[in-house]
Design a protein around this ligand. Structure first.
Ligand code: PEP
Length: 263
């Protein structure tokens, strides 16, 4: 269903009226985690000023350590919903458990499946049934074929509004949090009609790498970028070192508009 075998057309996925795919680059930005109403609104305004069309933000955080901040849950979803009302930015937010899909879908415009859940097949089927667009992150140790098969689980439930997200894979390299697999963007676009976006924040894990990795993503023809931003990254409860500040975002906005993808 997600293969390009039977179609030459590439899909455009609509998220509350915002297209992902086609001949333009979509910027998705926002805080890694929803912490407070003020922090979320400020991050959303930063995102909007930089030209973001969609707001990202995690209310359910799948953390490696059970002692790390796990997100605000439904309180976080309500904050996102208030910020959407104030800014007009549709929401992309992660769901980590099949039993939460209905609740998260009642607030979200797009459901995110994180790297750790790419092969949680019950969750994939549940988001397939939910009828909302899905951002499917690549598993950090998954092949491209496994990633596309995960998309197939969602598509099989009748939901073809899927956007693939390359977010870096685990390699022997320790200088970066993950290794951005730029080639995966080109390969996935050849094998599948689905749009492919890149997360340079979770790939590099460092603020200073977000801009160069974004350039790489744009050059390879990614359909969009999803980036972490925070009004005060030094106080962030989650992934502060990779969050963009006001100044970084202004530079990113320039790069995104100056280097449209090749079509
Ligand atoms: C995220 O985008 O908030 C996130 C946790 O990303 P990933 O699943 O790629 O680690």
């Amino acid at each position: 269903l997600v293969s390009r075998e039977n179609t030459t057309e590439r899909s455009v996925v609509q998220v509350a009226g915002v297209p992902i795919g086609g001949d333009h680059m979509t910027l998705i930005a926002g805080p890694c985690a929803v912490e407070t109403p003020e922090q979320t609104l400020e991050a959303a305004l930063m995102a909007k000023r930089a030209g973001a069309a969609l707001l990202r933000g995690g209310a359910y955080k799948p953390r490696t350590s059970p002692y790390a901040f796990q997100g605000l849950g439904e309180t976080g979803l309500k904050i996102l919903s208030d910020v959407r009302a104030e800014t007009g930015l549709p929401i992309v937010t992660e769901v980590v458990d099949a039993s939460d899909v209905e609740l998260v879908a009642s607030y979200a415009d797009m459901l995110q499946i994180g790297t750790r859940n790419m092969q949680n097949f019950a969750l994939l089927q549940a988001v397939g049934d939910a009828g909302k667009p899905v951002l499917l992150k690549r598993g950090m140790s998954s092949t491209i074929e496994e990633w596309l098969m995960a998309a197939e689980y969602i598509a099989q439930r009748g939901n073809l509004n899927i956007v693939l997200c390359e977010r870096g894979i685990r390699t022997f390299e320790k200088a970066t949090r993950n290794t951005l697999d730029v080639s995966a963007v080109a390969v996935a676009q050849r094998l599948s009609h689905l749009p492919v976006v890149v997360d340079p924040s979770h790939s590099g894990g460092k603020r200073e790498l977000v801009l160069p990795l974004s350039r790489a993503a744009i050059a390879v023809g990614a359909d969009g970028l999803i980036v972490d931003v925070h009004p005060a990254p030094e106080t962030a409860l989650c992934d502060g070192p990779q969050a963009l500040t006001h100044a970084d975002l202004a530079e990113l906005a320039h790069v995104v508009t100056a280097l449209p993808p090749l079509v």
